[in-house]
Write a protein that binds this ligand. Structure first.
Ligand SMILES: C[S@@+](CC[C@H](N)C(=O)[O-])C[C@H]1O[C@@H](n2cnc3c(N)ncnc32)[C@H](O)[C@@H]1O
Length: 244
């Protein structure tokens, strides 16, 4: 492993705003944090917002600055990435930000039902070949619903048309409440300042001239979700995007 990465991992251990749970906690379905983020971490009762697959945590920290009335938690499996957001949050003395190094599949072990108010998915890997790995799927929406308030809002910002269309299909098939969607965010005459914030991957997409899409919807008190397509239909659907 590169020395730079090892140094980051060592420093990460010392950051008070980073939680690195054990595998036992992740797999065991329970951690002491579950249901206790307000009392143990934030020491306030502000709503909890997650950014899943936060990478370098730019959006987590930017949102925390735009909305001091909320608490933000960036989650990613890659410690060397979330190191950057955690360091920035400490430097800027942001007390409403934390980071957790874990897989999104395990978040039920760390949050109690109803503990989360909003979720952001920023430039998630579209995973065209593996529907089950895509953070936007029936499987993941069930996980999100199991830890969220009934009307929690999910935000999806992406340059992937596949992911954008699939999100809309999930919303339609499951009769969720679509709040807003655009195929080209920055062409709108006016957008909220926090939507102008850009992550590393967003910067790369813009550099390649790709339009940025954005969808948000409410989980609408649903606890069970279905996939819009079966496996075979899904493969055909992906092929249509490959041909574009
Ligand atoms: C394409 S990057 C986007 C990062 C950041 N959101 C951005 O816009 O720059 C996707 C990120 O999601 C993380 N990721 C993907 N699947 C994950 C999972 N199942 N659990 C946790 N992190 C995951 C990866 O480690 C990576 O940092």
């Amino acid at each position: 492993m590169a020395r730079n990465k090892l140094a980051k991992f060592a420093e990460l251990e010392t950051f008070p705003n980073v939680i690195q749970p054990t595998m036992e906690e992740a797999l065991g379905g329970f951690s002491e944090l579950k249901g206790n983020w307000h009392t143990q971490i934030f020491k306030n009762k502000k709503p909890i917002v997650l950014e899943l697959g936060c990478g370098m945590g730019e959006y987590t920290t930017a949102l925390a600055k735009h909305f001091p009335e909320n608490n933000y938690i960036g989650i990613d499996i890659k410690g060397a990435r979330l190191y950057h957001g955690a360091r920035l949050a400490l430097k800027e003395k942001l007390t409403n930000v934390a980071f957790m190094k874990t897989r999104v599949e395990f978040i039920k072990s760390f949050f109690a039902p109803g503990e989360v108010s909003e979720i952001w998915l920023t430039f998630s890997d579209p995973q065209p070949k593996f529907a089950k790995k895509r953070l936007m799927s029936a499987f993941y929406n069930e996980i999100y619903a199991s830890i969220s308030k009934p009307e929690a809002i999910i935000h999806v910002k992406t340059d992937s048309l596949l992911l954008y269309d699939y999100t809309l299909d999930i919303v339609k098939k499951n009769k969720l409440n679509l709040l807003f969607e655009t195929e080209n965010l920055y062409q709108l005459p006016e957008i909220a300042p926090y939507l102008h914030e850009k992550t590393k991957y967003e910067g790369m997409a813009i550099g390649h001239g790709k339009p940025i899409t954005y969808v948000n919807y409410s989980l609408s008190s649903k606890s069970q979700f279905v996939e819009p397509l079966n496996e075979r239909a899904y493969r055909q659907y992906v092929r249509a995007y490959d041909a574009k």
